[in-house]
Design a protein around this ligand. Structure first.
Ligand code: NDP
Ligand code: KPL
Length: 321
């Protein structure tokens, strides 16, 4: 089976290392330093057991990639449209794409570009952090939940089998919405607050004002979910967020890391999207709206223009380091 990984970051590296054991993997992206690192030194994943290295084939031009059976979309939400178009270009006519991205919008974009029958969505509770181009640290194991009704799951089965063979704990959910919105409650509460106040997740437990703010955002996001008839996997959104902060106390949230690196954030697909749904449905969303605007303002100050690119990477032969 030939799998295209659209994404050269933390998740791309994690999935590349594990899937290379069981499939022919092509990694496509625009981040040349990561592609260069993967090409010369392999993709590297640091786990509690040590460091795993795997070689995949890399490309920055989808025209160089042979027809693939499946594509994994592992870019940030704002990069989805380009990644989806690349997936369309590299997939066989019956090939499928699966997004494991956070936030609202990426799956819909994938459906628009590929057609609903070829676009699949999942949620992963695994964590990975970038340490360097082509090198990620596993933050934690966890399931991958896939929304795949049994009536239409057949096209997804070969990819599911490879993911399981590669060691991923894949579980099927008939209805993913509760899981998606459950994660959204945590991300809309923790990510912008930790990014704006430049603190690790654990600070929301230690600083009562920040904790109360995150709890109030969690309740607001949960109210938008419930107004849509979505059953969340917890009763108390603020207690759930506090529990996530306890489990990830030492973590720097992905949004805080993005701003520290001068990279755009996923705020539009998180608080921006929740605020838009709230406004449409007449549900008060002042906190999501305010955090969205505040992070956008900080992004405008912090996000750097792309730095000059290193030499172009050619697809093809794998060159071990
Ligand atoms: N990391 C995690 O633990 C988890 C992440 N997710 C979600 O998965 C998606 C991907 O996340 P993640 O892999 O963490 O994202 P990263 O920020 O690590 O990478 C995303 C993309 O950003 C580009 N990129 C990253 N760093 C640089 C850089 N320094 N210079 C230039 N380009 C860069 C690459 O684009 P290109 O592909 O064009 O080369 C890369 O594919 C997101 O939606 C996230 O919310 C979900 C669960 C867990
Ligand atoms: C749950 C949390 C907040 C952990 O850091 C996360 O998913 C993120 O940082 O994006």
């Amino acid at each position: 089976m030939r799998i295209a990984l659209l994404g050269t970051g933390a998740l791309g590296t994690l999935f590349g290392v594990r899937l290379a054991r069981v499939a022919e993997v092509w990694m496509l992206g625009t981040w040349r330093e990561a592609l260069e690192a993967a090409r010369h030194h392999g993709l590297r994943l640091i786990t509690p057991q040590g460091e795993e290295t795997a070689f995949v084939t890399v490309a920055e031009d989808p025209a160089e990639v042979p027809p693939c059976d499946a594509a994994l979309i592992l870019v940030k939400a704002y990069q989805t449209e380009r990644a989806a178009r690349w997936a369309l270009q590299v997939l066989k006519p019956a090939g499928i794409a699966l997004t494991l991205q956070n936030g609202l919008g990426p799956y819909e974009t994938l459906q628009t570009v590929l057609g609903p029958e070829r676009a699949w969505q999942g949620v992963t509770m695994m964590g990975a952090t970038l340490e360097a181009p082509g090198r990620a640290r596993l933050g934690g194991e966890g399931p991958i939940w896939l929304g795949a009704p049994s009536s239409s799951r057949a096209p997804l089965e070969p990819l599911l089998a490879r993911l399981r063979q590669a060691g991923f704990a894949v579980e099927i959910r008939e209805d993913l919405r509760g899981v998606i919105w459950g994660k959204l409650v945590a991300n809309t509460a923790i990510n912008p607050v930790t990014a704006l106040f430049d603190v690790p997740n654990g600070a929301l437990l230690e600083r009562p004002t920040l904790g109360r703010l995150a709890g109030a955002v969690a309740r607001e996001t949960a109210s938008v979910a419930r107004a849509q008839g979505i059953r969340l996997p917890f009763e108390d959104p603020a207690a759930f967020v506090a529990e996530v902060c306890r489990r990830t106390a030492a973590n720097s949230s992905s949004m805080r890391q993005d701003l520290q690196r001068g990279r755009p954030t996923e705020i539009d697909a998180l608080n921006g999207a929740v605020a838009a749904i709230g406004r449409e449905r007449g549900i008060p969303v002042p906190l999501n709206e305010a955090l969205w605007r505040a992070v956008k303002a900080l992004e405008r100050k912090r996000v750097r223009a792309p730095v000059s690119p290193p030499p172009k990477v050619r697809a093809g032969e794998i060159v071990p380091g």
